[in-house]
Ligand binder design. Structure first.
Ligand code: PLP
Ligand code: SF4
Length: 421
């Protein structure tokens, strides 16, 4: 059932003399990243115009493709979904009016080097700028591929100190760059230190390695990771074409080590902006024990406007999944709010109408149904101890309004309020 293509790198001119041992060694792969046009031309066919465009883009942005991922590219077809994610196109030089340097304010909301503390109980910890390759659609292209470095010891110390001093942080999300570019020892050092902090309940790692460099998922690595459970890994598959024997094996290794796997897909024009492709992708993920977690609307980062779709495309994708296939195959579609507001979920509308007593809902088939609500709708909440525990109460937001702890939320600088003060 799970038969995935084996990558035949020997057929590619550039890799004809590479031994199996070299090919399967992640350090060899990283040493042999494809950075220039001459090398790339030994893997795929490039037309004169494409080469001209490439040389212009490479003056501004770096190209880095792992030999493994390069071997998945279509040799001839320029719009191949793998190739589009790896090989720069001239559109990267277009500056769209909507483009923003740091759209998610990851640098603004940063209390310590590498840390973004946006949500009350969890932090994003960017431990490196280095990636195994430079994805063309990368949200963090402001950081990745320019100054290649891991976070310094000093910076890590400062970030650890911040986490240690903030008992509200129960979830640390290690990302980058790609944290798996760190040596297993260096990564272990970070995990060990996080595990010494009692209030850190879960650790998450975001990595594209299973997609672009599955050789990185070694026995050593998973044996190390499983010492620090609960450790979750989220990866980043964007198209069914990215599934191979190697990626399947890498995912299996991690799942066998008891690491729950999730996937974050970015909605990308010409790569996966088709509900059928997305459905196939979600099925491939589940077959490999990966739970589809998020589909992201493409961010407003600089030079990626050609990858953006309408937001409606993401909602159409969800419409095509929910009910039509396994519920576990349905991720949450989110827009990461420009300006640092965080992820905002969007989905088709299933609520058609409502009265005091009844809600009219629709299902995926278009059937309209009614749910009659109880007359006595008050719940008996607020009696047990969990409810009294500060950690489980909302600090902010609409949830706080619902609890009656606040009467209203008002934007800062509201003219009406200023007038009356
Ligand atoms: C996405 C993100 C998180 C994690 O969000 P979840 O919805 O919990 O997966 C945390 N911090 C930042 C800054 C993020 O962008
Ligand atoms: S792996 Fe992630 S962070 Fe690295 S270039 Fe790709 S999208 Fe960007």
């Amino acid at each position: 059932m799970n038969n995935y293509p084996k990558v035949n790198y020997k057929d590619i001119k550039l890799f004809a003399d590479v031994t199996e041992e070299q090919w399967n060694d992640w350090r060899w792969q990283l040493k042999n990243l494809i950075h220039d046009i001459d090398t790339l031309e030994k893997v795929i066919e490039l037309e004169a115009e494409e080469k001209d465009h490439l040389s212009k883009v490479l003056k501004k942005f770096c190209m880095a493709i792992t030999p493994y991922y390069a071997a998945l590219m279509d040799k001839k077809y320029r719009r191949c979904p793998v190739r589009l994610q790896a090989v720069p196109t001239i559109e990267e030089l277009v500056e769209h009016e909507a483009d923003i340097e740091d759209p998610l304010h990851e640098d603004v909301d940063s209390p310590a080097p590498g840390l973004t503390h946006r949500y009350p109980d969890r932090v994003l910890f960017l431990v490196t700028n280095i990636c195994s390759m430079n994805c063309r659609h990368c949200t963090r292209r402001r950081l990745v591929g320019f100054e290649d470095k891991h976070l310094s010891h000093d910076d890590i110390n400062q970030a650890m100190e911040y986490i240690r001093k903030n008992p509200s942080i129960r979830d640390v999300l290690i990302s980058g760059g790609d944290p798996l570019t760190l040596s297993t020892e260096a990564l272990e050092n970070i995990l060990k230190r996080l595990r010494e902090i009692p209030h850190v309940e879960i650790i998450r790692i975001g990595s594209r390695m299973p997609v672009v460099l599955p050789m990185r998922i070694t026995d050593d690595l998973v044996n190390m990771l499983k010492k620090y459970h609960p450790v979750y890994i989220n990866t980043h598959f964007n198209t069914p074409k990215e599934f191979t024997e190697d990626s399947k094996n890498a995912l299996a290794k991690m799942a066998d080590a008891g690491i729950p796997l999730g996937n974050q897909t970015v909605l990308l024009r010409d790569v996966n902006d088709c509900p059928s492709i997305m459905k196939k992708l979600m099925h491939e993920l589940l077959k490999c024990r990966v739970k589809p977690y998020y589909i992201y609307q493409c961010d407003l980062s600089l030079g990626i406007s050609h990858f953006r779709t309408s937001i409606v495309k993401g909602m159409e994708t969800i419409e095509n999944l929910r009910g039509h296939t396994t519920g576990m195959a349905v991720p949450t579609f989110v827009v990461d709010a420009p300006g640092g507001g965080g992820k905002i979920p969007l989905m088709p509308n299933y609520l058609i109408s409502q009265s005091d007593r009844r809600m009219v809902l629709r299902n995926y088939e278009g059937v309209l149904t009614t749910y009659t609500q109880p007359e006595d709708v008050l719940s008996n909440c607020g009696r047990c101890d969990v409810c009294k525990d500060e950690r489980y109460k909302p600090l902010d937001g609409v949830a706080k309004l619902l609890r009656g702890e606040k009467l209203c939320l008002e934007p800062k600088g509201l003219k009406r309020i200023e007038r009356n003060n």
